[in-house]
Write a protein that binds this ligand. Structure first.
Ligand SMILES: [Zn+2]
Ligand SMILES: [Zn+2]
Length: 288
């Protein structure tokens, strides 16, 4: 059975994300380890952790959970004071992951502003070394491919490779491929040959062995637009075809595939049903 699911809200307590995932037949989910718009929050208490563990053990569908770090964290930031705060915030989120037994946390590499790519790449790598030097976290950081809005890094596979190569703890870095971001960044995998070439390039530069999850989103904007706007599956510039190729790709069968599409009007249900259908596997009962 493939690992297919969506990002789930932790409103009302982290355990709720598992219950929400179960209602939609998600075999994989993604959560924010805390409110994504704040840098710090009080730690998870014993009751919250116990409820998390019980819910996961009792879950009918959820087998895999990944985390996504907060949007304010920028490990490429130029300002030293801010950068140190972001490192602390990242460590706080990673500590939460360790408590919940989550193996991977997605991270957008960040933006160095006007300082340029090279500065940014070294800055992120240095931050990662500080983090793992300080504490031997169980959770690995998964660098996410980005759309490359503004000065944000991660829109070329080379950025991810260079961050991994510049960090002494580079072996702790994994990768998440976001279909919307990567496409908007300029990697067009809508045709069969495009699909083949993009994954070949990904394998040569990043390596399939680093890939730990995919974010499955269509894109509101065309390739090369460098705009990060997610669309429902098949409704954007990607269309159905690349998702069909992804869901059928033997190399990606074991990789968790997580939707981050808008949730209004029960759209998770429709998008999830579609992904299961494209995979050729049985649609979970709760989605029928
Ligand atoms: Zn992301
Ligand atoms: Zn994403």
């Amino acid at each position: 059975m493939q690992l297919i699911g969506a990002h789930m809200s932790i409103a009302g307590g982290v355990f709720n994300a598992i219950l929400r995932g179960d209602e939609l037949g998600c075999t994989a989910i993604q959560i924010f380890p805390k409110n994504a718009r704040r840098l710090f929050e009080k730690p998870l208490d014993k009751t919250a952790v116990a409820k998390w563990n019980e819910s996961l053990a009792a879950s009918r569908y959820v087998k895999s959970v990944i985390a996504h770090s907060g949007y304010l964290i920028n490990l490429a930031a130029e300002d030293d004071e801010k950068w140190e705060r972001y490192i602390e915030a990242m460590m706080d989120e990673m500590a939460r992951c360790d408590v919940m037994g989550i193996k991977y946390i997605a991270l957008h590499p960040g933006s160095p502003g006007d300082m340029g790519e090279e500065f940014g790449i070294r800055r992120v790598a240095f931050a990662i070394d500080i983090i793992y030097d300080e504490r031997n976290f169980a959770v690995d950081i998964a660098l996410e491919t980005t759309a490359g809005t503004g000065h944000h890094l991660g829109w070329r596979f080379e950025h991810l490779r260079n961050i991994m190569d510049n960090a002494k703890h580079g072996n702790r870095l994994k990768v998440i491929f976001d279909t919307c971001h990567t496409f908007a960044a300029g990697y067009d995998f809508t045709s069969e040959s495009g699909y083949r070439n993009v994954w070949k390039e990904f394998d040569e530069i990043v390596g399939f062995e680093r890939l730990v999850a995919m974010h499955i989103n269509d894109s509101k904007y065309p390739p090369g637009s460098r705009k990060d706007r997610h669309e429902h599956i098949g409704k954007g510039f990607l269309g159905i075809k690349p998702f069909e190729m992804i869901m059928q790709d033997e190399r990606l069968i074991k990789i968790p595939k997580i939707l981050e599409t808008p949730k209004e009007d029960d759209w998770d249900r429709k998008n999830l049903r579609l992904l299961w259908e494209l995979s050729g596997e049985d649609v979970p009962d709760v989605l029928k």
